[in-house]
Design a protein around this ligand. Structure first.
Ligand SMILES: Cc1cc2nc3c(=O)[nH]c(=O)nc-3n(C[C@H](O)[C@H](O)[C@H](O)COP(=O)(O)O)c2cc1C
Length: 184
């Protein structure tokens, strides 16, 4: 079974990201080994930029928080799915901290600057915005997803839904498409 890590970047427990997470987690039952990482309930601190991680050649961090505990899971999964809102035209703050912390996978001694154990992982990002512009937000999400290449996610796909009250039918279609892409 494929190992899939779902990262939920929202604080709104009854919001869109949670609704899609629940739907997708339900669909993946029995089809994948799923780990849920709900950032709003976790301690994910900012990167210290201390470069302590550069003294080793396997992903590591000297901070003792939930991100550090998740590093082996990030490194060994087959695919990661990020579900989150757009906040002020950007990644929400805790999710940006999560992205920054993947600096712990960066290795300047490697030609591809990565010490990830696996570099063939898939990454899907599904974001929700109150209004838009959706095309600009899609570019923003793609730019951020690209940075996860250092952690071994080289095949990525971004989608932004530009309606805060996303209708059930769209949620269902999104869940179907994401599940199919993650499993194949
Ligand atoms: C702090 C904050 C900033 C926001 N900034 C934007 C924004 O720049 N553009 C936008 O379209 N919606 C913005 N929104 C609205 C959210 O993106 C929208 O409500 C989204 O559907 C929330 O997703 P969630 O329910 O998964 O948390 C913002 C909401 C908050 C709380």
């Amino acid at each position: 079974m494929k190992k899939i890590l779902i990262v939920n970047g929202s604080k709104r427990m009854k919001g869109n990201s949670y609704a899609l997470e629940n739907r997708i987690a339900e669909q993946l039952k029995g089809k994948a080994d799923v780990t849920l990482f709900e950032i709003g309930k976790k301690d994910v601190r900012a990167c210290l930029a201390c470069d302590a991680c550069k003294r080793q050649h396997t992903p590591n961090c000297i901070q003792n928080d939930d991100f550090t505990s998740l590093i082996p899971e990030i490194d060994s999964c087959d695919a990661m799915l990020i579900l989150a809102p757009v906040h002020w035209d950007q990644f929400p703050a805790q999710l940006k901290a999560f992205l920054d912390r993947t600096y712990s996978f960066m290795d300047f001694t490697q030609p591809d600057f990565s010490m990830a154990g696996r570099k063939d992982k898939k990454l899907a990002g599904y974001f929700f915005a109150g209004f838009g512009p959706v095309n600009v937000y899609t570019q923003m999400v793609e730019t951020n997803l690209k940075s996860f290449a250092t952690a071994g996610f080289r095949d990525y796909k971004a989608h932004v839904a530009g309606d805060a009250n996303v209708p059930e039918s769209i949620m269902e279609k999104a869940a179907d498409e994401i599940v199919e892409w993650l499993l194949n």
